[in-house]
Design a protein around this ligand. Structure first.
Ligand code: GTQ
Length: 372
């Protein structure tokens, strides 16, 4: 063994010199790089709706989109990622913000390489236009603004309008692939009649003869309405045979031309949990940001209880045990965005079920934002 050739002092010096020359000995560090399981800095967290709504409404008195700012959004900042200087991170890949548009206001047209989905929380009478096609937004609708499509928002109604924006901010930052460009004008020219993609694809699907048709992205549907999602969940939950042990009654928003996720990089899911339903725990590589559309209950994440009610948001970190419980008298509906499409495309998605204790975690503590 070559080791005998050197004194301990010489070996220590060797490591010191190597470090100073910015080289590393893999025989010490392999376990830090190629870990046995996913290692991450993402902690779970929960924000109450009243608090977010309050901050957003106050921003309504402070600034106006299109004049003082590009968008009026209060975003979720995961404290565990802020510690690492990561601004705008809900998880290591995903961002979520709550956008407020007041009657008569607009947010000008722009595009960016981040892909975006919106989930409508409160109000009506505002539209998002994607590449010149308007779609009026209603509570519970999920609207795509795929990467690099021109999009703007305008409010023609009479009440404040709140919605959630989901973007792959962390992912695109990590991949050093962010591009942004404002449109030359406030509005992109109207290219299609209002809600044309929905009209064209509901009750049939049509195209001019001879038109080239290929499966692919973006999805031909922009607005995945709550009316349709609720109907689908109603149908699914009529039979307990359709129950998923880990996600209760759950649907994914899909691109009908590919059968894949509605958006190319952000996965979207809606879960319906019946009163007293308690799912089994599992974990997976993909991370998620949850929004409570309706109901009350809690989610146990790695032994910590996160109590939620209508409007709240919470973080599900990657590779974290989780199970959901509805404690209310009515159905609970949980909307979530995730990075599963990315993990699947890169062949990195993997999951595991919790086998101890009949599939349920032991609750070690209850989340309190003031002490966490
Ligand atoms: O509405 O286009 O929350 O570009 C963050 C970035 C919303 C938007 C956000 C955006 C938008």
């Amino acid at each position: 063994m070559g080791q005998n050739k050197y004194t301990q002092e010489e070996i220590d010096q060797y490591y010191e010199n190597m470090k100073n020359d910015f080289l590393g000995p893999l025989w010490h560090d392999l376990g830090h790089m190629v870990t046995k399981e996913p290692v991450h800095d993402v902690e779970p967290y929960l924000w109450k709706w009243e608090s977010i709504r309050d901050y957003a409404l106050k921003a309504g008195d402070i600034l106006e989109p299109g004049k003082d700012a590009e968008r009026r959004v209060v975003y979720l900042q995961n404290p565990s990622l802020l510690k690492r200087g990561l601004v705008g991170y809900g998880t290591h890949t995903l961002y979520a913000g709550i956008q407020l548009l007041l009657p008569g206001e607009m947010a000008p047209s722009h595009h960016h390489s981040q892909t975006a989905v919106r989930f409508i929380i409160e109000g009506e009478g505002a539209y998002t236009a994607v590449n010149g096609e308007r779609s009026y937004m209603q509570r519970g609708d999920m609207i795509l603004t795929p990467a690099w499509t021109w999009h703007e928002h305008k409010h023609e109604g009479t009440e404040p309008m709140f919605w959630m924006d989901g973007l792959d901010v962390g992912l695109v930052r990590t991949l050093a692939a962010s591009f942004f460009e404002p449109y030359a004008d406030e509005f992109y020219p109207e290219e299609q009649p209002e809600n044309y993609s929905t009209k064209k694809l509901s009750g049939g699907a049509f195209a001019p003869i001879g038109e080239e048709r290929k499966p692919g992205y973006p999805s031909p549907i922009f607005n995945y309405t709550w009316e349709r999602a609720e109907y689908e969940l109603e149908r699914l939950s009529e039979s307990s045979h359709n129950e998923d042990a880990y996600d209760a009654y759950a649907i994914e928003y899909i691109n009908p031309t590919t059968g894949g996720p509605a958006d190319f990089r952000i996965g979207t899911m809606m879960q319906k949990i019946h009163p007293d339903q308690h799912t089994l725990a599992h974990r997976h590589v993909h991370s998620a940001i949850y929004h409570v559309l309706e109901g009350e209950g809690y989610t146990v994440i790695d032994g910590q209880k996160f109590e939620w009610s209508r409007g709240d948001f919470f973080i599900l970190p990657p590779w974290s045990w989780h199970e959901h419980v509805n404690t209310g008298k009515d159905n609970a509906y949980l909307f979530s965005i995730n990075d599963k499409p990315v993990m699947e495309k890169l062949d990195l998605e993997f999951g595991e079920t919790y086998t101890e204790n009949n599939g349920h975690q032991t609750i070690e503590k209850t989340f309190d934002p003031k002490s966490d």
